[in-house]
Each structure stands twice: as C-alpha cells, then as structure tokens.
Design a protein around this ligand. Structure first.
Ligand SMILES: NC(=O)C1=CN([C@@H]2O[C@H](COP(=O)(O)OP(=O)(O)OC[C@H]3O[C@@H](n4cnc5c(N)ncnc54)[C@H](O)[C@@H]3O)[C@@H](O)[C@H]2O)C=CC1
Ligand SMILES: CC/C=C\C[C@H](O)/C=C/C=C\C=C\C=C\C(=O)[C@@H](O)C/C=C\CCC(=O)O
Length: 264
C-alpha cells in the first residue's frame, strides 16, 4: 500500500509505540486519527505533532477502547472527518495481572472488536476500498511469561485471532490484509508497570526477575517497531504475518508450515 494520502486509525496513540507509529505514518504522508484513553496526553501529543505536520493531518479522539459505544463512535467520527479508513492499528494495551480482566478487555477483546469494526468499513464486499489492519501482540504472545500469565494469554490470543481473520479475509477476498507485530521489551512507559504492585499483584515479588530479563534481552527503541509497522503496511505480500522484533535479531518473522500459511 502506498501511504501518501491514506487515513490511519491508531489506538493507544498518545505515547510509546503508538506515538512512534503515528509519527512514521505522518512522515509517509498519511492522515492519522489519534485514539487514546488519556485526554491530556492525547491533546499534548496532537499539539506537538501539529507543529511539525500541521493541524489538518491529525485528529485526536478521547476513547476507552473497551467501551463498544465509544469505539464505534470514534470510527464513525473518523469516517465523517476524513471520509475513509485505510489503515487500522490496534495498539492500545496494558500490563495488569492484578486486574487481569482489564488486561483481557484492553489487549484482546478490544483488538477483536476493533478489527471487526475496521473490517466492516474497509471490506470491498461492503463498498470499502480495502486496507490493512495491524494488531500489536508481543514476544509474550509466542513464549511463556511466568510473571505475566494473563498478559501472555492476551497476546497469544491476538496472534491466533489475527492469523485466523487474515485467512478469512483472504478466502473472502475482502481486500484487507491483517498482520501482527510481536516486539520484545520496548522503551516505553508501559515498562514502569513492572514496578507497581497495583499492576503486578501477586507477581510483584518477581519484578527483579523481569528486570533481569530486560537486562539480558535488551530494550528496543519504539522507532524500530514503527519501522516494522510501515513494512507490513507498504508490502502487499504480507497477510497473516507474525513479525517478531528483538534486540538479537531485529525484524524477522515466525515461520509456519506451508499448510498453516495465509495467502495474500
Ligand atoms: N513496551 C513493551 O515492552 C511492549 C509493548 N507491547 C505492546 O505494545 C502496545 C503499546 O504499548 P506501549 O506503547 O509500550 O504502552 P504505553 O503504556 O506506553 O502506551 C499505551 C497507550 O495505550 C493507552 N490506553 C491504555 N488503555 C486504553 C484504553 N482502554 N483505551 C484507549 N487507550 C488506552 C494509554 O493511555 C497509552 O497512551 C501494547 O499493546 C503493548 O502490550 C508489546 C511488546 C513489548
Ligand atoms: C511491562 C512490560 C510488559 C510486557 C513487555 C512485553 O510485551 C513482554 C515481553 C516478554 C518477553 C520478552 C522476551 C524477550 C526475549 C528476547 O528478546 C530474546 O531472548 C529472544 C528470544 C526469543 C526470540 C525468538 C526469535 O527471535 O525467533
């Protein structure tokens, strides 16, 4: 997909990986809807981007992605404001083993719901013009995470759902490609949650173990994740891809047997 002039919807856009993705999309000429629960951070993010890219290139929408009504309204506002939707990045995520139901709601249920809403709008069979959906998982979606079992489950779910809906989109000729990105540790405010009992709950006593993992595996810059996102959007050969990003091997892909691969 050629990004110039396209319209992208990014959740969790106000900081971290989401903000890095927004900046890359803007540099490539796309217009971007910034969707985030945090109104202050979202408005500050937009104000900063306006200085570099102009105010017409972005729209901030305060939205809790776990609230179906708010999420649908954000998509509706996008269509009214920009007239179309070409790219959807379901990025918003939390790390909370104490309120683990919230983790499942944000990291998995909202990704599924956002994907379905985005597909409804982009599907050429519905009068859409096609597009690309990227769901953000984690390397914890491919490996066990002893100290984050529910976060791990949510990210495994994102991969299973994404590969499955990508296969359906191919079979149904929807004109929409759906892929997932699995980063290792990335230098964002999310990492601060490891130090908080209200996030880690019973696993708080293992916080130094996780920090040792981070020391061992290294911590990625969000800009590398944004680069991986752009690769998946621009290269039309990717559908059902599971992109991995680590300090040891950079951007690479999980390999599956031929019968488990998804056609474009
Ligand atoms: N930081 C890391 O080490 C890694 C992060 N990831 C994933 O990348 C994604 C982005 O994470 P980071 O940028 O690191 O986190 P972050 O905490 O820096 O940013 C997440 C953003 O999502 C927003 N958000 C949270 N709940 C929301 C909700 N209910 N509705 C709308 N917005 C909401 C927050 O306000 C925040 O702006 C997440 O899905 C995370 O699981 C994956 C692998 C590694
Ligand atoms: C608060 C932060 C919460 C989660 C951050 C992130 O989502 C979770 C990451 C969990 C595990 C990360 C493991 C990272 C491992 C490595 O980077 C290397 O050991 C590579 C390991 C496997 C790579 C396999 C491959 O490259 O094919």
């Amino acid at each position: 997909m050629y990004l110039n002039g396209k319209v992208a919807f990014v959740t969790g856009a106000a900081q971290g990986i989401g903000r890095a993705m927004v900046e890359e999309l803007l540099h490539k000429g796309a217009a971007v809807i910034l969707v985030d629960l945090n109104r202050i951070a979202g408005e500050q993010c937009k104000a900063s981007l306006d200085e570099e890219f102009g105010s017409h290139r972005t729209l901030f929408i305060q939205c809790d992605v776990t609230d179906e009504k708010q999420l649908k309204a954000a998509f509706q506002k996008t269509m009214e404001h920009f007239g179309n939707l070409d790219i959807l990045v379901n990025n918003a995520g939390v790390n909370n083993e104490k309120d683990w139901e919230k983790t499942i709601e944000v990291n998995l249920i909202s990704v599924i719901r956002g994907t379905y809403i985005g597909l409804e709008l982009m599907n050429v069979k519905n009068g859409g013009r096609g597009g690309v959906i990227i769901n953000i998982s984690s390397l914890a979606g491919l490996t066990p995470a002893a100290y984050q079992p529910v976060y791990c489950a949510s990210k495994h779910g994102v991969i299973g759902f994404t590969r499955s809906i990508a296969a359906l989109a191919s079979i149904g000729n929807y004109g929409v490609r759906i892929n997932t990105v699995c980063p290792a540790f990335v230098d964002t405010p999310l990492l601060e949650s490891i130090e908080k009992e209200e996030n880690m709950g019973e696993f708080y006593k293992y916080k130094d173990n996780i920090k040792d993992m981070m020391k061992s595996f290294g911590v990625l810059d969000p800009s590398l994740i944004a680069k991986g996102l752009i690769d998946l959007i621009e290269d039309d050969s990717f559908n059902g891809a599971v992109m991995k990003i680590t300090t040891s091997r950079g951007i690479h892909f999980e390999e599956y047997a031929a019968h488990q691969k998804t056609k474009v």
